[in-house]
Design a protein around this ligand. Sequence first.
Ligand code: IVH
Length: 675
Amino acid sequence: MTAKDLDRIQKLRNIIKEHNVAYYESDTPSITDDEWDQLMRELRKLEEQYPETYDSESPTKRIGGAPSQIFSPVKHSLPMMSLDNAFDDQELDQWIKKIDRKLTDVSQVQEYCCELKFDGLAISVRYEDGKLIQAATRGDGSIGEDVTHNVLTIKDIPKFIEGAPKILEVRGEVYLPISEFEKLNANAKKRGEKTYVNPRNAAAGSLRQKNSAIAAKRNLSFWAYQIGHISEGPDLKSHFETLDYLRSLGLPVNQNAKQITTGKEGLSAYINEYRLKKSDFDYEFDGIVVKVDSLQIQEELGATAKAPRWAIAFKLPPEEQTTKLIDIEVSIGAAGSATPFARLEPVFVGGVTVSTATLHNEDQVREKDVRPGDTVIVRRAGEVIPEVVGPILEKRPSDLPQWNFPKACPSCDAELSRPDGEARHRCTNYFCPRQVRGRVEHYAQRTAMDIEHLGEQTIDILVTEGLISDVGDLYTLDFDKIKAFEGFGETSVKNLRSAIESSKSRTLGNLIFGLSIPHVGRTNADLLALGFGHLDSLTHATLEELEKIEGLGPVIANSVFNYFKEIRHKKLVEKFRSADVNFLGPRIQDVDDVLSGKTIVVTGTLQGFTRDQVSEAITSRGGKSPGSVSGKTSALVVGDNPGGSKLKKAEELGIPILYESDFVKLLESGEFPRS
Ligand code: IVH
């Protein structure tokens, strides 16, 4: 053993002890939970490597914090333990294998129960003859603090349970709903008082008050998840049954607990589902607790000094992390918009490694007051794009200068200007290579002209080699030149050529959307296609005509009007015309509302229609084309490789099923073929 490792073990034990005091006893944590977990993991690893350093006082061998002196101590009938953690699928797998190996009666655990790991404060509540007589915090696991006076103010917790067993000690988590936490902090801010860092600390701070009037005002809540001690109660066989029983007594039990019988795949599915749903709830959870469901197997597995062997907490990746903001840069989008973003020291947050995060616009950078060189909080919740929450001011080096929006475009050096009344800056050079690339990417995307094989890299080459300066040039590309570029073979050029060729028959809505007209999204593009019926009518439309289109506001009408006034856009339209790109919209192609009042669902691929064309064919005839089958569906059109569920549902509901040829007849006549 090296002196360095021994020194590190001592240091880690001391640091963690200090953090534990701040967290458990003063309710004011000085590091994030994730940072704490990392310190504990490092210590545990070193202790495993050097067993001779064993110390029963090490934080790895103790639970929580010492009970404070101001509340009467309560000795728990059974220790209130902690949970071991798994941080990834591999660690979960190791745990499953470990418990299976330990079992003698059965070879494998068949049933688990998964539930959320609520981020609150564990308490034990004791009922005698149905009456709530005592409530205590976890404390150090064997002795907690008496907080009965405060727990009596929690509305969710029954004060009397009709038909309860003689003695019932329930364990669960007291928490503060996020909405209540926000209210509490908003009020504290208004009064110039200290705010709480998170709902957990606010809940702990509320429960550990001498004066119960304070807790009463805070609207604390409770989830019950375990029975500590019971006498003269029912013969319960599983954890899931226990939860049902607690619920039947009128205790609040969370609805998201689920019995899992499909092994580790089932556990991973549950974990992934709730990882994504994490921000859907009004309470925080920082993991998933996986428990062996059978109480008999739980007993057989027993516990270590600290934690039961029959349960594990799968920690969800933290949604907030701190990291260094290296620089603020500006990216240029399709319509020239200049968006500031943070270049960060890579950090693992929300399940991915993040090295850039959006800062939206100049005002947001000002408001958040983030500066290159700051230590910042980065957040990524669910699947949303990462964002910088704000700086940690205590960590800001002195004389760090404020960031100013650059005057010149990072790509072409043209001026970046911010039009009056707008939040965004724009690059003023229409031919800025970044803008051209952005416009081509936008044009080629699936919901626009859907040009397969025209990915970012190809676009990059076409623009830098000067082969295209706008999307119209795609139709006069010199493919022999492209063949000569590195990475392009006979087949890839052929594929690209045919993908560009097929884009000519996309719908007018797709074409209008593909033009990157500022403020014109997919829905507005369809409104314009329907309203004008032909690209030429749209390009010649007056402002008044544009404003008459229902659903289109004046900002969009203006933007479209200005777009087609520009010579370069008139030229672009001519390039499309020469290439025979479809200008015809739904109104001119189809005049009758033959499908009015009908709901037609399509599944699978049709030979003669793309997805967009199918829905346009239906809606332009007055029909609806939703994505799923219901009782209101008039017919299901089935193409190649149909999805099984739509077909099954339509069959169950007795909905007419049409093939492509029937569908074409339906579009022409509005008549449903007789089956
Ligand atoms: S079961 C023997 N279930 O996590 C411990 N605990 O890290 C059995 N927690 O002290 C606890 N949600 O405060 C269990 N659904 C849940 C939980 C949960 C949160 C807390 C509890 C415990 C801590 C352990």
